[in-house]
Design a protein around this ligand. Structure first.
Ligand code: HEC
Ligand code: HEC
Length: 260
């Protein structure tokens, strides 16, 4: 009995700490590693324009770090249709850095990925790059430039009313995620066009229900009244938005030559 009570106490204390953490953490305070990585990325982008040698080095470093990630997100960066792993390819570099820094700092729960995202693990895999903010910058740059999956997961037949979803999207989402789900690099709004239906459904539900702790509070407010059917309709629509051709891989059988 005593053991059980003590266990509950410990859980209670853990929960209290978690809740306090939630309140203290603003949506995008930045700071620390996130700011450092963004600064490095900005400088690299400027310099790379006139320095092909540097550009090649940054790409090589990105490949070395991304190898760790490819175990789950696949070498193409396309994730899995069943939504277990999100597509990363083509995502804004700022968003990749924010999400990674949030996961590393414990502001977004991702128990599967957490150990692999740590500096130690990345440094082990890519000693010449290290595991710090520079690694975040180069992997974000590499991921953004990967061509996207032309065959992302869609809503199963009959599950979502896309016409209704389009209307919901226009009324509730465009102001942040853009008319085509393209998001915003500058404002850290994720690109959601081309993302897998099941992954987005899970994230949307977690954001609505307060389970994704780094969510944007204005988005939470905007979707508070969404029913489960509203959610399926709007996400079904998002998953069906076509991705611009120049961002797509030539075919769904494309293989990333960097890992051959
Ligand atoms: C062991 C598997 C695993 C590894 C290795 C892994 N990830 Fe992930 N990653 C996941 C899972 C699972 C999710 C989705 C978690 C969820 O549903 O919230 C995710 C989510 C993400 C997200 C958030 C995507 C979004 O759309 O918000 C980013 C960014 C990301 N991973 C980047 C990386 C990078 C960069 C690496 C390598 C340094 C990496 N991951 C390594 C499993 C992994
Ligand atoms: C006020 C701006 C805002 C509005 C309105 C908004 N979102 Fe978001 N959304 C965001 C931000 C910011 C994030 C990323 C939060 C973070 O940093 O973790 C996000 C995350 C998401 C994600 C998870 C993406 C990923 O890669 O993990 C999905 C899916 C999503 N939004 C869909 C929608 C849909 C559909 C609507 C409309 C019903 C909507 N959002 C309305 C700002 C917004």
């Amino acid at each position: 009995m005593r053991g059980k009570k003590f266990g509950l106490l410990v859980i209670g204390a853990g929960l209290a700490a978690l809740l306090m953490g939630t309140q203290a953490q603003a949506w995008n305070e930045g700071g620390g590693e996130q700011d450092e990585a963004l600064k490095i990325l900005l400088e690299l982008k400027k310099k790379m324009k006139n320095d092909p040698k540097l550009k090649e080095k940054v790409r090589k470093d990105g490949i070395a770090v991304y190898e760790v990630c490819s175990a789950c997100h696949t070498t193409e960066g396309w994730g899995t249709k069943d939504g277990t792993f999100p597509q990363l390819a083509g995502q804004h570099d700022t968003v990749i850095i924010k999400q990674l820094a949030d996961i590393r700092a414990g502001n977004r729960d991702n128990p599967t990925m957490y150990p692999f995202a740590l500096p130690k693990e990345i440094k082990n895999a890519a000693p010449e790059v290290g595991g710090g903010p520079y690694a975040l910058a180069v992997v974000a740059n590499y991921i953004y430039n990967l061509p996207m999956n032309p065959d992302n997961g869609k809503a199963p037949p009959g599950e979502a009313n896309l016409e209704r979803g389009k209307k919901l999207y226009e009324e509730n989402c465009v102001r942040c995620h853009g008319p085509h789900g393209e998001g915003s690099e500058e404002k850290f709004y994720p690109k959601i066009q081309g993302q897998h239906y099941k992954y987005m459904l899970r994230q949307f539900e977690w954001i609505r229900d307060g389970k994704r702790r780094n969510a944007n509070p204005d988005m939470v407010k905007q979707i508070k009244g969404f029913t489960d059917q509203d959610m399926k309709d709007v996400i079904g629509y998002v998953a069906s938005i076509p991705v611009p051709k120049e961002k797509l891989a030539p075919s769904k059988d494309w293989v990333n030559p960097d890992y051959e």
